[in-house]
Design a protein around this ligand. Structure first.
Ligand code: AHR
Length: 331
């Protein structure tokens, strides 16, 4: 019923979504009208508000989501990547509501600021599933969340550092996007794990989860402290660690040897750097959340009771473990 009424609004929605950078159908920007994605009239129309394309992890996550929410699986995906702009992401979600999609999936860029738009989705009777990151809004406002335990990831990285560095150690931190759940929680988990150790955090700045961001922040740290003044880099993701490697090498020092690096994600490029000895330890953050998110959408729309939280387990890699895992790594 809602679909019939709101199909009249689809044209308006498509115009709004085009303005907001959304694409529909197969999610590849072909601009197809929702409902024409190959899934036929019974297809479930899902609006997916992705953060952007900031990292290798994000590319793998987007691919996993597009594969799971395919026409073959009975979906008509309306995809938006917000280029890491929280306001643009909320605008995209509003467009999904106006368009009358059947369900909305969000990978929230930041934790705060979601209350109003989630309430609007609830008022419109459109279920929301969160994937990857969490929000501070009440969990009454969304149906379910599937993602990773970012605090545990930070803790695992910090435990490795606490065991490895038993002498006075200077550490700099490359933080993820300010206000995002992974940046907040990975900092908390790591800090708790190194409490009481001789590791001193001498600086911490955001590199926005990007390779360029990690490189330029690391260049600043190297100018400020010199390569000799930094023993350890904690990067909240592999892309920033890879940027830091470039900066360290440009400064004439050896990453992984003169300056040790611990990071999070375990994407292929990061794992290769670990095998090459340029990163010393990586905690995984599994991006393959698409199938679980799609199953949740179908279950919620079928009126089934679903878990409020689904946590996907991560593992950690030293150089030997990375050598063994890399040949079969799919992302
Ligand atoms: O939310 C998951 C994080 O977002 C990944 O660790 C990072 O690479 C991405 O940008």
């Amino acid at each position: 019923m809602r679909k019939q009424i709101l199909s009249k609004l689809a044209l308006v929605g498509v115009i709004a979504l085009t303005a907001a950078g959304c694409s529909s159908g197969d999610g590849d920007g072909d601009g197809a009208t929702p409902g024409e994605g190959g899934g036929g009239g019974d297809a479930i129309t899902v609006g997916f508000a992705q953060t952007g394309s900031e990292s290798g992890w994000r590319s793998a996550n987007t691919e996993s989501m597009k594969t799971a929410f395919s026409a073959e699986n009975g979906f008509d995906l309306v995809f938006n990547a917000a280029d890491n702009d929280p306001a643009a992401q909320i605008a995209a979600v509003r467009s999904f509501i106006n368009q009358g999609v059947d369900a909305i999936v969000i990978a929230p860029i930041v934790e705060d600021g979601w209350d109003d738009v989630l309430q609007e989705a609830k008022d419109a009777d459109i279920p929301v599933i969160l994937e990857d990151r969490t929000v501070t809004a009440s969990d009454d406002l969304y149906a379910s969340w599937v993602g990773l335990d970012f605090t545990l990831e930070g803790q695992m990285a910090g435990e490795w550092a606490a065991e490895t560095f038993t002498e006075p150690t200077t550490m700099v931190v490359l933080e993820g996007t300010t206000g995002s759940a992974p940046a907040n929680n990975r900092a908390d988990g790591f800090d708790a794990a190194i409490e009481g150790t001789p590791i001193e955090k001498i600086d911490s700045q955001t590199g926005d989860f990007t390779r360029d961001g990690g490189k330029s922040v690391m260049e600043g740290f190297l100018q400020k402290f010199g390569a000799d003044g930094i023993d350890l880099v904690y990067a909240h993701n592999d892309d920033m660690a890879l940027g830091a490697i470039e900066a360290i090498e440009a400064a004439g020092a050896e990453p992984g040897v003169d300056i040790k690096i611990v990071s999070i994600d375990a994407v292929r490029d990061g794992m290769q750097a670990l095998v090459d000895g340029k990163i010393n330890y990586i905690v995984e953050c599994n991006p393959l959340l698409g199938d679980k998110a799609a199953a949740l959408v179908k279950a919620v729309l079928a009126g089934e009771t679903v878990d409020k939280r689904t946590i996907v387990e991560d593992q950690a890699f030293d150089q030997e473990a990375a050598k063994a895992a890399l040949p079969d790594r799919t992302y």
